[in-house]
Design a protein around this ligand. Structure first.
Ligand SMILES: Nc1ncnc2c1ncn2[C@@H]1O[C@H](COP(=O)(O)OP(=O)(O)OP(=O)(O)O)[C@@H](O)[C@H]1O
Length: 258
C-alpha cells in the first residue's frame, strides 16, 4: 500500500525528514508519533502529493511519487482520503456539498451519491447541520466534515494529520471508532498524533516514532511507555509485523455504501 525508501525532505538548508524508510501493508493501522517539529506533517504531505518527492522513493497505492506530475496529484487523491490539519473545507459551501464533492469528481450518479453522503454525515453526528454553511460551524464540526469528506469515497488508504486535534474526549472516541471500523473493513490508515488517548484506541496498531526527521522506532504499542521521557514514548523493541489484512468487501455504514 505504501513503500517509502530513504525519503528525505529539506526546506532550504533545514532537513525536516532524513532517510525515512518503512512500508505499510494493506489494512494496516500506523500511528506517526514524535514531538512537535519531528517531521510527521512533512511525511504525510509527501505521501499525499502536497510536497514533491525529490530525495528517496515513495510509492503510494501503486503510484510512484518520484515520477508524479503535478497534474497527476488529483489521481492520487482519488485513491487516498486525506484529513489535513487545517481542514481545507470550503467555508461558503454546505456540509453536504463539501462531502459530496469527493464523489462528484468521481462522476458518481446523484442518487447513489446522496445515499452515501447522508450515511457518512449521519455517522459523524452532523445530520442536523447537513445544509448549514461550513463557515457557521464550530471548529470541531468543521473537523468532522473534513473527516467525512476523506472517508466518503471508501478510500483504500486514509492519511490523517491530528484528525481529532480540536475535539473533546467523547467525540475523539467516537471518531476513533469510525476510523477503526474503516480499518476493520480493510482500509489502511496512517495517522499522526500527539495524543495518548488516541494511541490507546487502537492497541494493536503499529507506531512509527520520529525524532528530528528520522525514524527512531518502528514497533507495536507494547513498547509504549506512559512514564517515558516527557510522558511520550519509551523505547523497547522493534516489530516489523505488517500483515493485519482483515477483509475488504464489506463496508462500515451499510446502506448507501458500496
Ligand atoms: N514550509 C516550511 N518551511 C520551512 N520549514 C518548515 C516548513 N514546513 C515544516 N517546516 C519545518 O520542518 C520541521 C518539521 O515540521 P513538521 O510540520 O513536519 O513537524 P510535525 O512533527 O508535524 O510537528 P507538529 O506535531 O507540531 O505538527 C519543523 O522544524 C518545521 O518548522
Amino acid at each position: 500500500m505504501v513503500q517509502v525508501e530513504r525519503l528525505s525532505h529539506n526546506f532550504g538548508s533545514y532537513w525536516a525528514l532524513k532517510d525515512v524508510s518503512f512500508s505499510l501493508a494493506k489494512g494496516e493501522f500506523l500511528f506517526l508519533t514524535g514531538h512537535s517539529g519531528a517531521g510527521k506533517t512533512t511525511l504525510l504531505r509527501l505521501l499525499y502529493g502536497a510536497l514533491p518527492v525529490t530525495r528517496g522513493r515513495a510509492v503510494v497505492s501503486g503510484m510512484e511519487l518520484n515520477r508524479l506530475k503535478r497534474r497527476q496529484v488529483p489521481l492520487l487523491r482519488r485513491k487516498v482520503g486525506v484529513v489535513f490539519q487545517d481542514f481545507k473545507i470550503l467555508p461558503k459551501r454546505t456540509v453536504f456539498d463539501n462531502v459530496a464533492m469527493a464523489l462528484e469528481v468521481r462522476g458518481m450518479p446523484r442518487t447513489h451519491l446522496e445515499r452515501r453522503v447522508r450515511a457518512i454525515i449521519r455517522a459523524m453526528g452532523l445530520e442536523a447541520k447537513s445544509y448549514s454553511l461550513c463557515e457557521r460551524l464550530s471548529g470541531g464540526e468543521q473537523q468532522r466534515v473534513a473527516i467525512a469528506r476523506s472517508m466518503v469515497a471508501n478510500p483504500e488508504l486514509i492519511l490523517a494529520d491530528e484528525p481529532t486535534g480540536n475535539l473533546d474526549f467523547d467525540l475523539t472516541m467516537h471518531l476513533m471508532e469510525i476510523f477503526k471500523q474503516f480499518h476493520t473493513y480493510g482500509t489502511s490508515v496512517i495517522m499522526a498524533t500527539h495524543s495518548r488517548e488516541v494511541l490507546e484506541c487502537v492497541p494493536d496498531a503499529r507506531i512509527l516514532h520520529l525524532e528530528g526527521g528520522r525514524v527512531v522506532m518502528d514497533g507495536d504499542s507494547s513498547w509504549y511507555d506512559p512514564e517515558g521521557p516527557g510522558g511520550t514514548l519509551g523505547v523497547a523493541g522493534v516489530d516489523d509485523d505488517e500483515d493485519e489484512d482483515s477483509g475488504e468487501d464489506d463496508n462500515p455504514f451499510g446502506e448507501g455504501w458500496s
